[in-house]
Design a protein around this ligand. Structure first.
Ligand code: DX5
Ligand code: ZN
Length: 223
């Protein structure tokens, strides 16, 4: 079986502790860092701007996977790309129509970063049918975006399997990332459904043994 990648998210960690946390999870076997950017409009909470990302860029060799939970991603993408993002994922729901969305994907690609598209739990996965060929990654939100610590929505497994099948049928190569409510128990079924990257916020952040938790999410102890 392919190795699943584990991406600890920045959301549960206070900004003042972020560089320390990022170094810690890198030492514990994380594969990439999932940076949750919230603008107080697309979701109620506000997080950090590109200047904090620039600090993170200096402390880790891991790829920075930026999840833009913002209403106007094109306004901020340039600075995030310039200051260290490797991948920028924008929300399907932030756009009025698909033409605008594809335009935004292409503009962000021109900044020299990989581009992903995210869907909320209430957005049908089929909405992405004509978009898949334009993106490097699809992010399936398995909780309502906005905060860590919620329960995994099981219907997300059907979306993951649909995307995995589509990818094979259409000979595409986007990655499937899943974000929200992932723990050491459900990680394996999410991976088996077709996910490539599992984002984890509260479970890794609150774990007293982060290496063991990340190893378990990697499936290290599965027989
Ligand atoms: C939620 C964020 C997630 C969050 C996941 O809106 O996009 O990345 O940090 O946290 P958990 O794993 O606790 O659900
Ligand atoms: Zn996220």
């Amino acid at each position: 079986m392919k190795k699943i990648q584990i991406a600890p998210s920045t959301d549960p960690c206070p900004i003042k502790d972020l560089t320390k946390y990022v170094k810690e999870v890198e030492g514990c076997g994380a594969d990439l860092i999932h940076c949750d950017i919230m603008d107080g409009k697309f979701v109620p909470k506000r997080t950090f701007d590109y200047m904090v990302l620039a600090f993170l860029r200096k402390v880790t060799k891991l790829k920075l996977d930026v999840h833009m939970m913002v209403s106007e991603p094109l306004k901020v993408a340039k600075d995030f790309a310039k200051y260290g993002a490797d991948m920028i994922t924008i929300h399907y729901e932030a756009f009025h129509d698909k033409i605008q969305l594809v335009g935004a994907i292409q503009s962000i690609k021109r900044l020299g970063v990989k581009v992903g598209v995210a869907i909320k739990p209430t957005t049908p996965v089929k909405c992405l049918d004509n978009i898949l060929k334009f993106v490097d990654l699809v992010l399936v939100m398995s909780v309502e975006p906005g905060k860590s610590g919620q329960e995994f929505i099981k219907d997300s497994l059907v979306k993951i399997a649909y995307l995995s099948k589509k990818r094979t049928e259409e000979n595409l190569d986007f990655l499937i990332e899943v974000d929200g409510g992932i723990n050491t128990i459900n990680a394996s079924i999410i991976a088996v459904s077709g996910a490539d990257i599992l984002v984890s916020g509260s479970v890794i952040y609150n774990s007293p043994d982060k290496k063991k938790t990340i190893d378990e999410m990697h499936g290290k102890y599965l027989v």
